[in-house]
Ligand binder design. Structure first.
Ligand SMILES: Cc1cc2nc3c(=O)[nH]c(=O)nc-3n(C[C@H](O)[C@H](O)[C@H](O)COP(=O)(O)OP(=O)(O)OC[C@H]3O[C@@H](n4cnc5c(N)ncnc54)[C@H](O)[C@@H]3O)c2cc1C
Length: 447
């Protein structure tokens, strides 16, 4: 690629594309751009392998893994996931879905993965494709230079030394750290949603028989819902996603006590964990629903969680992060090689970045609503609405499959049923409004 004005001082370097963060978004973008001949530097503040939450992938991830050349490596560490199961205390049966029943029958399965292993596969792949990958190096400052002069990035290595990198283009893939979103004060709390999570790994949890052993189970309960994600090797990831007020009721309890106590509120989950033992520290994450007011700017793009994150219920985060990296890599390629087409490419990037969050958020905002719950627990396939729903659950939301007609009908049925049950709808709407309020450390509501 063309040479950018190389910095010559000690601890200084130059590249075409500087990637902040080596999670799924950053490592994918780095691999794709390095393969196209760009000089890519990826700076990751931690060292892989490292723990990360977000272990359930979607079928729509698989073609991306194929294109990256890591499908076999992921298959080797993954637990096969052929579908999802929903368990509700308000219904007397379980409801299972298989991805094979989605509109596109060519994407019948996905994997559950330990993110320490999955993310390491992706970042080593970026190295193998000639990206310069530096771990233990935290980006501290980015100055965008006037015109097309690119950016000066300052980063601190673990040993305290400072590196300055001059880059023509910056990709922010810093995840929930939202490096540029914070710097530009562009990050906004999602006013329509708010949840928290507490989670850990268990050994000895009871799995479903046969092919369903790796399926994710979602258990609704009074304060939100639980995930049950079987991983390869016998470990199971269990997490409670709750309204913020609930996490604040922990008081002085340890996270472990609080998680165990929360599990006792969901009998069917308790049953599956009856002989299980905690095998990891318990972690909690609060207030993670946000969006930045832009997807890009002059010489930078925001990828994956660095742009937005809504909620984990449909396991869409990793797929959306990797998808944003694929579209982002095309966009950077156009901006650097064909600057006259940059505006069109950036517009396309912007539109694409909004598709996934929009498709999933309609369901996320309603997944604890009794009407949607009823529809999930007794799905009808009239005019292929169930197949379209399954396509969304599979992550097939980018226009390849004609899901829009059936989805419109699904939403119409939802609104009609909500009207028919007007009192229940109003009560649920009020309850949700109350539940998503921000609460402070003491548990008091804040405006
Ligand atoms: C409770 C919970 C459960 C979830 N469950 C699922 C799930 O089941 N399935 C799913 O698909 N998604 C899930 N997600 C979402 C998923 O974790 C994220 O969407 C996904 O990891 C986003 O990938 P990313 O590459 O954008 O960011 P990340 O994976 O967060 O990677 C960002 C990387 O940037 C590095 N970094 C940050 N700042 C800097 C800096 N200044 N300098 C250098 N490096 C930096 C970090 O160390 C990190 O390695 C869940 C999220 C939460 C909160």
């Amino acid at each position: 690629m063309s040479t950018s004005p190389a910095a010559s001082a000690a601890g200084a370097s130059a590249c075409d594309v500087l990637v902040i963060g080596g999670g799924p978004a950053g490592s994918t973008a780095a691999a794709l751009l390095a393969e196209r001949g760009f000089r890519v530097t990826l700076l990751e503040k931690t060292h892989h392998p490292r723990f990360h939450i977000g272990e359930s992938l979607l079928p729509a991830n698989l073609p991306l893994l194929e294109k990256l050349g890591v499908a076999d490596a992921v298959k080797a560490i993954g637990m096969e996931k052929w579908g999802a199961e929903f368990v509700s205390p308000w219904h007397d049966h379980k409801q299972s879905f298989e991805f094979a029943d989605a509109m596109d029958k060519s994407m019948p399965m996905a994997y559950q993965v330990r993110r320490a292993e999955f993310d390491e596969i992706l970042i080593r792949n970026a190295s193998r494709r000639n990206a310069r990958v530096v771990e233990g190096c935290q980006v501290r400052d980015v100055t965008f230079l006037p015109g097309d002069a690119g950016a000066r990035v300052q980063a601190r290595h673990d040993d305290g030394s400072i590196e300055t990198v001059h880059a023509r283009f910056v990709l922010d893939a810093s995840g929930r750290d939202t490096f540029l979103g914070n710097r530009f004060k562009a990050k906004q709390r999602n006013k329509k949603h708010n949840s928290t999570a507490i989670y850990a790994h268990f050994s000895g949890a009871k799995r479903n028989p046969g092919k369903a052993a790796g399926n994710i189970t979602i258990f609704w309960f009074e304060h939100g819902w639980f995930w049950f994600i079987p991983l390869a090797g016998g470990t199971t990831s269990v997490g409670a996603v709750t309204w913020p007020y609930y996490l604040k009721t922990r008081n002085k309890q340890s996270l472990e006590q609080f998680l165990q106590e929360t599990i006792t509120l969901c009998a069917p989950l308790g049953e599956r964990l009856r002989h299980a033992r905690l095998s990891s520290p318990v972690e909690a994450t609060g207030n993670y629903s946000y969006v930045c007011d832009r997807t890009h700017g002059s010489n930078y793009l925001l990828l994956g969680d660095a742009y937005t994150f809504i909620d984990p219920v449909f396991s869409s985060g990793v797929m959306l992060a990797m998808h944003s990296a694929f579209v982002g890599a095309d966009t950077v390629d156009t901006c650097l090689r064909h600057p006259r087409q940059a505006a069109t490419a950036l517009r396309k990037f912007d539109n694409t970045m909004r598709i996934g969050p929009k498709a999933f958020s309609w369901f996320v905002y309603r997944v604890t609503n009794p009407t949607l719950r009823d529809m999930f627990m007794a799905p009808s396939n009239i005019f292929r609405v169930k197949e379209a729903l399954l396509s969304v659950l599979a992550g097939d939301v980018f226009g390849k499959t004609p899901i829009h007609g059936p989805l419109l009908l699904f939403k119409g049925l939802y609104y009609a049923s909500s009207l028919l049950n007007f009192r229940r709808t109003l009560k649920a709407w009020r309850m949700r409004k109350h539940n998503i309020r921000v609460v402070d450390e003491t548990g008091a509501a804040m405006n």
